[in-house]
Design a protein around this ligand. Structure first.
Ligand SMILES: *[C@@H]1O[C@H](CO)[C@@H](O)[C@H](O)[C@H]1NC(C)=O
Length: 332
């Protein structure tokens, strides 16, 4: 009885996972020139909609919506496709050094799982380093009761490829500034950092504090391909978390690119119509309510009398407890 129930556990958990609802997913997606003409392509909008509705919060980059029609259209599409949630967005101003080329950062989020509690356009006027960024981070603070971390800040960045080393290093200053301003340690930096291939030379990495500082964890590892084209393999898009606490509240090994070409059975050509980047994503641990309590109740019903083994079982559910018994000790 005991052992068969235990064998069921991973199964139950994965079923619950697959059904969704228990995840909290944060994504970052470079939409490669998202504006009017892309928004007019029905198939592209459908795929974007499927991708973005997987996420509780999704940072969109390369939004070039000068007519201000594409983004409302996208939001309408998200809300009609996924009626279980309601989606809204916060967007930065158009950012960029030249009038002719500007981009916006946009955070799309589910209003039923996330609240925006602050937003801040980094002024980029640091003495001695004025105008470090081409697209200054538009920093947003979120509250997410469902996630164990509860409150966190997202610092987005789409670097200028030729200035990647400089801009990534300067992001460390933004991090310090934001931590102080909002008195928080829970900060994630994410986006198309162009942090690979020709744009970030190996020999320059030791000069980038975002890489060298011990308080930061890079979740998308080098060698992971975040580009759609089969002829390229570069880890441009990244997710970096600050602080031990935030690192602990991430679901282990959940950070990855989302290969929508493969997931949706598209040709490379079809995928490239959507973007030349994969989105990258990570799961935050959620306050585990239902399964935990159901599990605990069923365990009680299996008739296990010894309290010691009961607490052993419970430790299986609760990753915070230091030791999980090995299968040998539990399954007889
Ligand atoms: C790179 O950065 C410098 C100063 O930070 C700036 O003057 C230059 O225009 C940047 N290059 C590009 C292509 O944005």
């Amino acid at each position: 009885m005991r052992s068969s129930f235990l064998l069921l556990l991973p199964f139950l958990m994965s079923v619950r996972e697959a059904k969704g609802g228990s995840d909290f997913r944060v994504c970052a997606f470079n939409l490669q020139h998202f504006g009017d003409s892309k928004a007019k392509k029905t198939e592209v909008m459908q795929i974007l909609t499927r991708i973005i509705t997987r996420c509780d919060v999704c940072l969109l980059q390369e939004v070039r919506d000068s007519k201000e029609k594409a983004l409302p259209k996208l939001l309408a599409s998200l809300n009609s496709y996924d009626s279980k949630h309601k989606y809204d967005a916060v967007a930065s101003e158009r950012l960029g050094r030249s009038e002719s080329y500007q981009e916006q950062y946009v955070f799309v989020y589910r209003t039923d799982t996330v609240t925006v509690t602050g937003q801040y356009q980094y002024p980029d006027d640091r003495p001695g380093d004025v105008d470090a960024f081409s697209r200054e981070p538009f920093v947003v603070r979120f509250k997410a009761p469902k996630a164990v971390i509860k409150e966190f800040v997202l610092i987005p960045q789409h670097t200028t490829p030729t200035n990647t080393t400089k801009e990534l290093d300067a992001l460390y200053d933004v991090l310090q500034h934001v931590k102080k301003m909002w008195k928080t340690e829970n900060v994630m930096l994410l986006g198309d950092f162009n942090a690979d291939c020709g744009y970030l030379a190996k020999k320059n990495r030791k000069h980038v504090r975002l890489i060298t500082e011990k308080s930061l964890t890079w979740l998308i590892e080098d060698e992971i391909d975040t580009t759609v084209r089969s002829t390229t393999s570069c880890t441009y898009d990244r997710i970096v978390v600050h602080g031990e606490k935030f690192a602990r509240e991430i679901v282990p090994l959940s950070a990855k690119p989302f290969d929508f070409q493969r997931e949706y059975g598209l040709t490379e050509e079809q995928a490239l119509e959507v973007s030349d980047h994969y989105p990258v994503e990570v799961l935050l641990k959620v306050v585990n309510s239902r399964l935990f309590f159901n599990g605990a109740t069923s365990l009680a019903l299996t008739g296990t009398k010894e309290t010691t083994s009961k607490s052993k079982f419970l430790s299986l559910f609760c990753p915070q407890l230091p030791r999980v018994p090995s299968l040998d000790t539990v399954v007889k």
